[in-house]
Design a protein around this ligand. Structure first.
Ligand code: NAP
Length: 474
């Protein structure tokens, strides 16, 4: 599965410039990967443009069958994809299998959505004309993905784009380009025509993407990554008024009320915090526990975090692999040092281990003050930052006190109270007594500076379609 060249128009292209992909568990070079230049971007857009004309003209059922086949093929090769994800990203085997399964599911979901691009026909109330509304493929799409989910963040964009009838060029993250390249032979086998999907790893990221955003054939830019890069892309997209889909950063609050079922709350907190070892935009970043249950909650969470085995993610008995690179690991260590300097208590973890690999142990911090940096920025690592509260209005105010609005979590046994709290949280998604919200069938996305648009659900395909209205008389 180890492809390392550019994938353009259904074939592999070498380049003079290459860059290394590192295994974060060993710090060894895993592969030397081709780095795309501007001319490669033009070739990829030419190929996508040519392929899209025929693809968009196929029936929705025909497009659906190809996507369905992609789901079947990927599902049969989950182990291989999980292995590759672990090698380049570091995440533990179970996390990698979870991602591969989730990634494949987008092909199945959008195979089903491809045949449901419904429209509308109504009698205009005053003029007597017929109002016909239909959705058409928006045009070529540039897709830019992050390193934390090398498979799923790609398929979450490719599947709806193809379902809608669009051709795409993907720029995967430089830390983890191998998984997306490995997906290409599978898509060929599923029946995706050459040129419809192109993959351009590159170290000239900014210039390459900006060039594509200024090509008149491009109509959509779909990005998952940091809010800072999202802002840059929105500015670049403005020149051609592209349709933007932006899945950006998060700073998820997790609130545990004193009537919560503690088993459920601990299980949900572990999932919300430790899925993908905290390297997730959905990771619980601020954990607010009602003062009455804080000692018991802290004791149980510390026990659960301490029980996790840290090591090379390729070992199936390991729960927590390394972080993706040294700077991510160092940033996590800085968040912990800052919180401790401002008064937080280390309940477990908190020390960078000696030796090779970008490891950081599962860590619980209690008494984290509101002015700690980790309360305001994404930790993106296995650190649970605990704070306490007594008053519902106060904890909702603190939870909403951020420029982010991706996801929040609420644990309570009182569903009426829980739903009331959910509605007052300014977030695109809320997990109520659940630590996991991601689902291909649900609209994933955030409010405020966490992004624009939604991926998955019924909304996901509409991001790659334009609405056309025809006013007709007969
Ligand atoms: P990142 O630094 O923003 O990078 C994401 C992608 O953008 C990479 O492919 C990167 O390429 C590319 N990029 C960097 N600079 C660019 C530029 N000037 N123009 C165009 N593309 C550029 O984010 P990351 O560190 O990989 O991922 C972590 C972030 O993603 C976190 O903030 C996390 O919350 C967010 N995230 C959000 C979601 C969501 O659905 N909301 C899901 C997952 C992750 P290079 O690798 O070549 O630099």
């Amino acid at each position: 599965m180890k492809h390392t060249d550019l994938y353009i128009n259904g074939s592999w292209h070498q380049t003079d410039e290459r860059f290394d992909v590192i295994n974060p568990a060993t710090e060894e070079v895993l592969a030397s990967v081709a780095s795309a230049e501007i001319a490669d971007a033009d070739a990829a857009l030419d190929a996508a443009d040519a392929a899209m004309a025929e693809w968009a003209a196929r029936t929705p059922r025909a497009r659906s069958e190809v996507l369905r086949r992609a789901w079947e093929l990927m599902t049969a090769r989950l182990e291989d994809f999980a292995h590759l994800i672990t090698l380049e990203n570091g995440k533990a085997r179970a996390d990698a299998m979870g991602e591969a399964t989730y990634a494949a599911e987008f092909f199945r979901w959008f195979a089903e959505e491809a045949v449901r691009a419904d429209g509308l026909i109504i009698h205009a109330p005053s003029s007597g004309a017929r109002i016909i509304v239909q959705h058409k493929p928006a045009g070529l799409a540039v897709l830019i993905t992050p390193w934390n989910y090398p498979a799923a963040m790609g398929t979450r964009k490719i599947a709806p784009a193809l379902a809608a009838g669009c051709g795409v060029v993907i720029k995967p993250a430089s830390e983890t380009p191998l998984t997306m390249l490995a997906l290409m032979p599978l898509l060929e086998e599923a029946g995706v025509p050459p040129g419809l999907v192109n993959v351009l790893p590159s170290r000239r990221t900014g210039a390459l993407v900006d060039h594509m955003l200024h090509d008149p054939r491009v109509r959509v830019v779909s990005f998952t990554g940091s809010t800072g890069v999202g802002r840059t892309l929105l500015k670049g997209a403005a020149d051609q008024v592209l349709k933007p889909a932006m899945e950006l950063g998060g700073n998820a609050p997790l609130i545990v009320f004193d009537d919560a079922d503690l088993d459920t709350a601990i299980e949900g907190t572990m999932l919300a915090k430790m899925r993908n070892l905290g390297e997730a935009c959905t990771a619980a970043n601020r954990i607010y526990v009602h003062e009455a249950i804080a000692p018991e909650f802290t004791r149980r969470l510390t026990a659960a975090m301490s029980a996790l085995k840290v090591g090379n993610g390729s070992d199936p008995s390991v729960d927590v692999g390394p972080l993706v690179n040294a700077s991510t690991r160092d940033k996590v260590a800085e968040f912990v040092a800052d919180a401790v300097a401002k008064g937080a208590t280390v309940e477990c973890g908190g020390e960078v281990p000696a030796g090779k690999g970008y490891f950081y142990p599962p860590t619980v911090l209690s008494n984290v003050p509101d002015n700690a940096d980790c309360v305001h920025d994404e930790i993106f690592g296995p650190v649970a930052a605990l704070q306490t509260f007594t008053d519902t209005a106060d904890v909702i105010r603190r939870a909403n006190d951020t420029e982010y609005g991706l996801v929040a979590y609420v644990f309570t046994s009182d569903m009426k109270h829980g739903l009331q709290v959910c509605e007052r949280l300014d977030y695109g998604m809320v997990g109520l007594n659940r630590g996991l919200v991601s689902d291909p069938a649900a609209p994933f996305g955030g409010t405020k500076q966490s992004g624009l648009g939604r991926e998955g659900g019924h909304e996901g395909m509409l991001e790659f379609m334009e609405t056309q209205y025809i006013s007709a008389s007969w």
